[in-house]
Write a protein that binds this ligand. Sequence first.
Ligand code: ADP
Ligand code: MG
Length: 227
Amino acid sequence: MPVIETKSLFKIYKDQTSEVHAVHDVNISIEKGEFTAIVGPSGSGKTTLLNLIGGLDFPTSGNLFVDGQDISQLKPKQMIDFRLHNIGFVFQSFNLIPVLSAKENVAFVMELQGRKKKEREERAQELLEAVGLGNRANSRPSKLSGGQQQRVAVARALASKPKFILADEPTANLDSKSAEKLLDMMEKLNEKENITFVFSTHDPRIMTKAKRIITLEDGRIISDVMK
Ligand code: ADP
Ligand code: MG
């Protein structure tokens, strides 16, 4: 069973004069352990599609299945809970909480999940070590480089033991060296721990690291290539 499946997903924005099909009839099926990139020019619908898959936004029509469960039917409150326990997010702008240390940022989502303090602290430390930042656990985001902040964000996304991680242009605000390092780290997590990643990018160097490339244009899938 695919971990993510969309059936004829549409997201249409309307105003008095025009209609934008941000996502148009998207059917995709993603298996556990994939390392998939969603690519396409600015405005092609990458963010909208990832937000739909992650339950951050609701489709105009169509269905989304996660591990076979139709989550398009969930009410907004149920969706919040579903996201917390099933989906990890990495955003373009890192979105770490500035007043918390790296370790507290990673532990925070486990606190929301109601995990015990000892487990939270141990796992947060382990995850920071996994992303190469074990020695920066007590640093606040402002003391870390962009690349380091994004690695904390990946550790945070992993903390809840999600079914998959969605990353919307995670390297857009990084220099090319940090971008490559972040992708190498994600690739390693994918290969060693079988973590499923779906990320968007329009950076060709990042694209080539993906094992499957889904290309969008005007909200439609125009190609879907597995390496
Ligand atoms: P990408 O992430 O590939 O740059 P987006 O998903 O952000 O693309 O946008 C896809 C299309 O949907 C664009 O034409 C954009 O202007 C439009 N769009 C996105 N969000 C909204 C919104 N909230 N209201 C109206 N149009 C939107
Ligand atoms: Mg975008």
